[in-house]
Structures are given as C-alpha cells and as structure tokens.
Design a protein. Structure first.
Length: 133
C-alpha cells in the first residue's frame, strides 16, 4: 500500500514554518512503501512555489531545487482518475475538484492518503481511506 501525497504535505517539506509530524512521517515512509500522486500534483505544487516567490518567501533557485528534490522521490504518476468519482466525491464532501482528485486516487488504488488539509482528511476517513494527517 503506497501513500498518495497531496500538495499540503509536499509544501510542508519546502517551508520550515509549515513542517508537521505527519509530513516527516510520510517522508520517512516513502522509500519503504512508495508514493503516488494524481496528475494535477505538479501544477498545484508549482503554483504553491510561484505564490511564495511572489511573497518573497522563497527564491526561484530554491523553487527549482525543491522541484528536483520532489522528482528524486520517484513518485508514481497516477493518471487513471475516474471523472465521475472525482465529481461525486467533490459534491458529497464539499471538496474542490483538486482535493477530490487526491481522494479518488487513494480510494481507487486502495492507498493511504497523506494530507494536512482537515476537510480532505475528514472526507477520506468518511470514505474509509486510511489517512496520515
């Protein structure tokens, strides 16, 4: 069983003031169990970095290094989402389509979901998905 990683977990690896025990646990467990991400992950994490560059919280060179660190984790890219499930999960749990995509990925694959987002964690638990949060 792999760990589906959402952008909130990954962002906490980049910003010291956002670090959490859950994200440290995920980073430690990845080599043993493997990680997975839906296709939107890379766009979402790039957006986090761009927003924080604009806020002068991170330099472009730091963003580039962080993206390389993420690529080196060799996360499995899961592009097999079920559109109806994503939409249904978003509707039934009042999630964004982005968050529902992470949940759908974990649910379909039978994986653990790692998130620091409370609404997403609550929805995952309601759907019977194991959560690291």
């Amino acid at each position: 069983m792999a760990i589906v990683i959402d952008a909130s977990i990954a962002a906490s690896w980049c910003f010291e003031d956002e670090q959490a025990a859950a994200s440290d646990r995920v980073l430690n467990d990845l080599p043993r169990v493997g990680g997975a991400i839906p296709a939107l992950f890379w766009h979402e994490i790039r957006n986090v970095l761009i927003v924080n560059e604009r806020r002068a919280r991170i330099e472009p060179s730091d963003s580039a290094r962080f993206l390389m660190r993420l690529r080196n984790l060799r996360l499995h890219h899961d592009d097999d989402h079920d559109e109806e499930s994503v939409m249904g999960l978003a509707r039934s749990h009042s999630l964004s389509a982005y968050d529902a995509a992470y949940l759908e990925c974990a649910l379909r694959r039978g994986d653990i979901l790692a998130t620091l987002d409370r609404s997403l964690a609550t929805a995952a638990i309601a759907e019977g998905v194991s959560v690291i949060h």
